[in-house]
Design a protein around this ligand. Structure first.
Ligand code: G3P
Ligand code: MG
Length: 243
């Protein structure tokens, strides 16, 4: 599998312009010409892969409490748009299957970050893999990542052919062993930890470095100069135009 993430990745869709991780933010990124879109995927109480960043629904919706204590039907009854802007009132938390259907006709890479509620790593990874198994037509557009190496291993057992990356904040000393051990092709880290030595070492070992979250074009250019392969941004239009 030779798929890799292109240089500019829309973070949670075009999340500066539409509510993050919704069909509206994904459509907005597509309209801006994004070639890669990142979303976060977690799981409902009844085992359905849902597109959501936080453990709890308060920040982005009109509901309360942990998402994993709600059924997919109850999750989809929440308003995930109004907190961003009245213009998006009624926007829903999508099922992962809805996103896969939406992107199927587009020439893009979808980075699905498996966002595991601590303790629910296995059911989350299983739900994402099962959804992808029932959408085999889009599997060749999908790049998987996670901060949870357990989730990456569970996913790998179910769908070993899909490319994967490990997400960290700071760079662990044993990053090379970690990438190798979990069958990953790239390291994804917070931008402040990038150095030219790191990118050189990663590239020498055949890995790529993808960096979050970079919303300024000059900053992105400086990171590309250090050898970074791709950046996650809330402003895909700005970076696509200027980088
Ligand atoms: O996948 C890169 C980035 O999305 C990781 O951080 O918290 O935005 O999911 P977060
Ligand atoms: Mg993410």
């Amino acid at each position: 599998m030779s798929l890799y993430l292109p240089k500019i990745i829309a973070h949670r869709g075009a999340s500066a312009y539409a509510p993050e991780n919704t069909l509206a933010s994904i459509q907005c990124a597509l309209d801006m010409g994004a070639k890669a879109i990142e979303i976060d995927a977690t799981v409902s109480q009844d085992g359905i892969a849902m597109v959501m960043h936080d453990f709890n629904v308060e920040r982005t919706t009109d509901g309360q409490g942990p998402l994993t204590l709600k059924s997919a039907m109850d999750i989809q009854a929440l308003d995930a748009g109004s907190k961003f802007s009245d213009k998006f009132k009624g926007e829903k938390i999508p099922k992962l299957s809805e996103v896969l259907h939406m992107i199927s006709a587009h020439d893009i890479v979808l980075n699905i970050e498996i966002k595991t509620t601590l303790g629910w790593e296995e059911p989350t990874a299983r739900a994402v893999a099962q959804t992808l198994k029932s959408h085999a037509n889009v599997q060749d557009k999908v790049f998987i990542s996670s901060m949870s190496t357990l989730a990456l291993d569970v996913f790998h057992d179910l769908l070993p052919g899909l490319p994967k990356g490990v997400i960290v904040y700071a760079i662990p000393e044993n990053w090379a062993e970690r990438l190798h051990q979990h069958s990953c092709k790239s390291l994804h880290c917070y931008h402040a930890f990038v150095t030219a030595d790191l990118t050189r070492d990663l590239h020498q070992k055949g890995y790529r470095l993808n960096v979050y979250t970079v919303n300024d074009a000059a900053h992105a250019m400086a990171l590309f100069d250090l050898g970074v392969d791709a950046v996650f941004t809330d402003y895909p239009d700005k970076l696509l135009a200027e980088c």
